[in-house]
Design a protein around this ligand. Structure first.
Ligand code: BTN
Length: 248
């Protein structure tokens, strides 16, 4: 059957097999199911619509039909877990570059995993670990109209002032991600390129880490992707990506 997403690329590591779905509760859940069945390394699960899309920190990811991207890469890295955050960085960079090339927009990253255009969120990444696998879930507001309650979000179509070719965007994203994955096997790391796109650095931020609220200036990110905030008292506090919400 022909792929509605044009999935006929030749890749070596990511999206070597593509499972397309019309509707699913969540491609992350589908990915977990496939991992349980075994032999899932390299599978890309992609859907036109999700009925229970999930974002970071238990939030909902609104996932209507209409030309958006909802997908999960399943990867079985032959690298220590301590290096798996690199996959999120690679995905964020590859997606930012694909969006810029396809829609002629400028994309920045908001720490830890948001892709932004003019301070409005256009895409998000949710990385989860399941057994020996990492599932890199990606949602992109491409062409579908955004619900009114998502006031701080933007679609690529709005930003580009024209409909955006979803297939072309996906193709560029997958091929770039695959290229980065390949480079990582030869020792490349991505935190510097990732940090260079982060507009969070240098800004006044308010972060919640568990029960604790930290207010200060976002100073740097370290090799693990953690954000270091300097408080008014001069203390430097590290915020691990998984547990923090940022506001400013
Ligand atoms: C975030 O910014 O909070 C991350 C959003 C991740 C959403 C994607 S859509 C495809 C995949 N399936 C899900 O249920 N969530 C991720």
């Amino acid at each position: 059957m022909a792929s509605a997403f044009g999935a006929d690329w030749q890749t070596r590591h990511v999206a070597t097999r593509v499972v397309e779905m019309e509707t699913t509760p969540s491609t992350q859940l589908e990915a977990r199911r496939m991992i349980e069945l075994g032999d899932a390394d390299g599978v890309l699960v992609i859907a036109h619509r999700q009925t229970a899309g999930r974002g970071r920190l238990g939030r909902e990811w609104v996932s209507p039909d209409g030309g958006n991207l909802y997908l999960s890469f399943i990867l079985r890295p032959r690298r220590p877990v301590s290096e798996w955050h690199q996959f999120t960085m690679m995905a964020a960079l590859a997606l930012a570059e694909a969006m810029e090339a396809t829609a002629a927009v400028v994309v920045q990253l908001k720490w830890p995993n948001d892709l932004m255009i003019d301070r409005a969120k256009v895409a998000g990444i949710l990385a989860e670990v399941a057994d020996a696998y990492v599932i890199v879930g990606v949602g992109v507001n491409v062409n579908a109209d955004l619900p009114a309650e998502l006031a701080e979000a933007v679609s690529l179509k709005q930003a580009a002032h024209r409909p955006v070719n979803t297939r072309e965007l996906l193709r560029r994203f997958v091929i770039q991600f695959d290229g980065y994955y390949d480079s990582s096997l030869r020792g490349a790391t991505f935190e510097q390129a990732w940090a260079a796109r982060l507009y969070t650095l240098g800004k006044a931020v308010r972060a919640r880490v568990g029960e604790r609220e930290i207010v200060g200036i976002a100073e740097t990110v370290d090799a693990t992707g953690a954000l270091w905030i300097r408080t008014a008292e001069g203390t430097r506090i590290s915020c691990p990506a998984g547990e923090v919400t940022l506001r400013w």
